[in-house]
Design a protein around this ligand. Structure first.
Ligand code: SAH
Length: 343
């Protein structure tokens, strides 16, 4: 059985050809799967009965089912553990922000980047997710929101996994989000976050799709960055910063550098100064994220004073900076913690 959820119009058309069905049926099928969110061929009442029967024999429409859910006490953040048909489960987060509904999508089940502060990588990577599985996460939440007359407004590919090591599937997913026959989202409402897979940052810049890029930096010099993020040994800091600069120039999109603040590790003014030096003259902003302490590691958030001092220093150097507002901390929204509990 093939799962056609996540199929593009081209793939659906190929399927019609293979089944010796008229090509125009592909767009009807797409309409049912994506616009009307059908999961059963029986519902597709504008398709001939024998076609529905034929489809049922060769394909399925599998999305994702929630096997666990945690809601923050203020009700604004919900985290779902979504399971696919093979039993693999990933986390997806809904954040009801003042500017709209934002979701955080996982690109892999687990992760093999090995970042020292991250819960997603503790059990390694189970497998890449397909475009359909990333879309299924999106649909799960979009269907939920529809019942309240709302929808998914912005997407960050910032859940578990390294999207740029699952490049083709992630790109298919992003393109599908944008297609009018699917969700018709603008590329500008989509953000991809990477630990800094330099060659694929360049590849992404050439795709002609203006998605926002976030780069996880977390340290302003190589020694510390390699300790926190082993990927830095392959793609050192200066190559990452240059790729970010080039991405900004190619796409005219401001690149965001994520910087987790960990007490006594990377939160000194000396480090703020090094960070400001690195980013000088670049179309960039910094998002400071006070670390979500993970039970598996012994790191703490800096005091509010130290966070403010770090922020002020960057401001003084004219680097646009935001501090991530706490959301969902009471539900362990740090990547991977709900999934780990199940594993
Ligand atoms: N692999 C990609 C996307 C997934 S991680 C990347 O590295 O960007 C998404 C973001 O969550 C990254 O900035 C990551 O560094 C951050 N993150 C991971 N663990 C965290 C923690 N314990 N506290 C705060 N942020 C964390």
């Amino acid at each position: 059985m093939i799962n056609i959820f996540g199929y593009t119009m081209v793939q659906l058309t190929d399927l019609m050809i293979k089944l010796k069905l008229p090509k125009f049926r592909a767009s009807q099928l797409a309409n049912w799967i994506y616009q009307r969110a059908a999961v059963s061929f029986d519902d597709m009442n504008n398709l001939p009965k024998d076609m529905r029967q034929m489809l049922k024999e060769v394909c399925v429409i599998h999305r994702a089912a929630s096997v666990d859910q945690l809601d923050s006490s203020d009700g604004r953040t919900s985290k779902f553990l979504l399971e696919f048909s093979d039993g693999v489960a990933v986390e997806t987060v809904l954040m009801r922000q003042p500017y709209g509904n934002s979701i955080c999508v996982s690109s892999q089940a687990g992760c093999n980047m090995g970042c020292a502060f991250c819960a997603s990588t503790i059990h390694g990577m189970t497998r890449n997710l397909t475009a359909g599985e990333m879309l299924a996460q999106t649909f799960y939440i979009n269907e939920l929101l529809k019942k309240e007359g709302q929808k998914v407004d912005t997407i960050v590919i910032m859940g578990s996994g390294e999207p740029l090591t699952n490049y083709d599937n992630v790109l298919s997913y992003i393109r599908l989000l944008h297609e009018d026959y699917c969700l018709g989202m603008s590329y500008r409402s989509i953000t991809l976050s990477t630990s800094g897979i330099v060659p694929n940052i360049y590849k992404l810049a050439q795709e002609g799709i203006p998605v926002n890029l976030s780069i996880s930096l977390h340290a302003p010099e190589n020694e510390l960055r390699s300790e926190l993020m082993p990927i830095n040994k392959h793609y050192p800091l200066d190559t990452v910063i240059k790729a970010g600069r080039d991405y900004g120039e190619a796409t005219h999109r401001r690149v965001t550098y994520e910087y987790i603040l960990i007490a006594e590790v990377n939160d000194s003014i000396k480090q703020a100064k090094e960070l400001a030096e690195l980013l000088k003259g670049q179309l960039a902003s910094v998002n400071l994220i006070p670390i979500n302490p993970v039970t598996e590691r012994n790191w703490q958030r800096p005091s509010l004073d130290r966070i403010n001092a770090f922020e002020s220093y960057l401001n003084k150097k004219h680097i646009p900076v935001t501090v991530r507002r706490e959301m969902g901390n009471d539900i362990q929204a740090a990547c991977g913690q709900l999934r780990n509990k199940h594993i």
